[in-house]
Write a protein that binds this ligand. Structure first.
Ligand code: HEC
Length: 114
């Protein structure tokens, strides 16, 4: 009995220590600022407008997002908005990338002033 439980415990620890490896490997793929800026203007821009002033999706300029904290914006980008055209981006973007994009949207640094 005792040895059986000990084995299971060890297996659990082994799995826990193995799990973070793919996550940190994915970290190598984190895109740089200019690349992410391009992605936002191209991919997000296809719905939110090339200058993020809105289109199929609402505008994403800082004045449009003042009621949303960066963390709420990150959650929307991660999970999407169910039953709308806004897709979840977590399969395509690393959490660090999503946090970066949210902060830049709040700061309005992705689009030059029009
Ligand atoms: C296929 C179209 C589409 C694409 C691509 C898209 N969105 Fe959206 N997005 C929407 C729509 C539609 C909504 C509004 C959902 C609703 O009705 O609440 C939305 C809502 C949002 C909101 C919430 C805005 C608010 O004021 O509530 C944020 C933030 C956002 N999108 C960011 C992004 C980002 C960042 C990207 C790119 C990584 C992106 N979206 C790509 C369609 C899109």
């Amino acid at each position: 009995m005792g040895t059986n439980a000990g084995w299971r415990w060890k297996l659990g620890v082994m799995l826990l220590t193995l799990l973070p490896i793919p996550a940190s490997a994915a970290g190598n793929d984190v895109r740089s600022g200019p690349e992410l800026t391009n992605l936002v203007l191209q991919d997000c821009g296809s719905c939110h407008g090339m200058t993020l002033k809105g289109g199929l999706g609402p505008p994403l300029r800082p004045e449009d997002l003042h009621q949303l904290p960066a963390e709420a914006i990150a959650a929307i980008i991660r999970e999407g908005v169910p039953d709308t055209a806004m897709p979840p981006w977590k399969p395509l973007l690393a959490p660090e990338e999503i946090d970066w994009i949210s902060r830049q949207l709040k700061a309005g640094t992705l689009v030059s002033p029009q």
